[in-house]
Design a protein around this ligand. Sequence first.
Ligand code: CAA
Ligand code: FAD
Length: 389
Amino acid sequence: MPMSFPLYALPEEHQMLRETVRALADEKIAPRAAEADETGEFPWDVYKALVAADLQAIHVPEEYGGAGGDALAAVIVIEEVARACASSSLIPAVNKLGTVPLLLSASEELKQRYLAPVARGEAMFSYALSEAEAGSDAASMKTRAVADGDHYVLNGAKMWITNAGVSEYYTVMAVTEPGAGARGISAFVVEKSDEGVSFGPKEKKLGIKGSPTRQVILEDVRIPASRMIGAPGTGFKTALATLDHTRVTIAAQALGIAQGALDYAIGYVKERKQFGKAIADFQGVQFMLADMAMKLEAARQLTYAAAAKSELAMHGEPQADLTFFSSAAKCAASDAAMEITTDAVQLLGGYGYTSDYPVERMMRDAKITQIYEGTNQIQRMVMARQLLK
Ligand code: CAA
Ligand code: FAD
């Protein structure tokens, strides 16, 4: 019987991209992962290797000097880098997070000015929404931007900002109309070199230690009004619309971490002998592996479906269910990653619990994917709102 539709498969160019990134990750990123975790130093050599391969921000469109990779390409890059080193995968992920607000809402002038350096690998871009007292309830932020002639003056402190200090540019959400709630928030581009910008100490974290997380402190930072992204009062919508696209990239990070742990565990159980045979011969072990792979593949399919919707939405095609799909993908993939990495540690027994093996790092790295870009409770709230509206 003739097939009425092609079997689902990744396009060939995406498969080739995966092979390229995996080779680079195996050669240049995996050997650096344990050290980045131990020292907490940002892996500049990994950044340079990603830039040399044009992978640090593959999503930037060609008209701004980028590689013009689609959402699925960005997912594959992040997934494959995360398989080797979760901290390093935040380079392409946060470059995307910081710049999507511009792609969605900024003037052509801002896009030309700020996207090209990211595409060339001369600058990284972070995203500053959260504050110490405004995490899940992001709209309750206090950072203020006050108009002053043709400038705005920003004051406040953004907390938990990934790659703060190593990024040159920051998308900063701030209140321009107090009392107007989410409609009183605007988005701006702030530069590291702007007078009055400083950074808090590096947070001491459970995982992703090679990616700095710091406060971005804004003290009378005076910037031209032309650095506002979109119209006054649209910053919160831009911030949430951005997360609709980038929660897919956190799902990708979770997939990569989980794949790294599964691959390692499979290799280990074939080698490790107890009771006179490889532990892979025990059905109890086999069933664990089967469950791990099943959860991973289910999350991967959901993530790729979300990426397809993200790509269409980025090009103006209405994708009413992107909000649902991106939250679902992030939630499913991060929960799967936590379970899979925990099981990988279990499969390595006592050895898995030591830093002589990579799976304990992967388990620690997986945890953050359930927390950032909105906790998984918030993802469930977002999904439920979509279902009930
Ligand atoms: N796209 C565009 N606009 C949206 C939207 C979306 N997906 N969802 C809501 N909006 C609009 C609403 O329509 C509303 O606008 P109007 O008033 O004009 O109708 C406005 O935004 C406010 O919406 P809500 O009333 O629904 O907002 P809320 O205050 O109830 O909050 C929330 C909603 C889902 C809880 C949101 O605050 C949220 O996502 N919180 C989690 C924060 C988060 O994810 N932070 C991530 C920080 S980045 C990070 O963590 C980076 C990293 O790890 C690397
Ligand atoms: P809270 O909002 O205080 O939540 C505490 C607990 O309460 C959570 O379990 C939460 O799910 C639960 N909760 C809250 N509200 C509800 C509700 N309505 N229903 C049910 N449960 C609820 N932010 C940025 O802007 N940019 C970044 O680059 C960035 N990078 C980060 C990197 C790291 C390593 C970390 C730890 C955080 C980062 N964040 C970043 C912030 C991150 O997005 C927030 O930590 C996250 O959104 C949760 O906010 P919170 O920490 O204030 O927790």
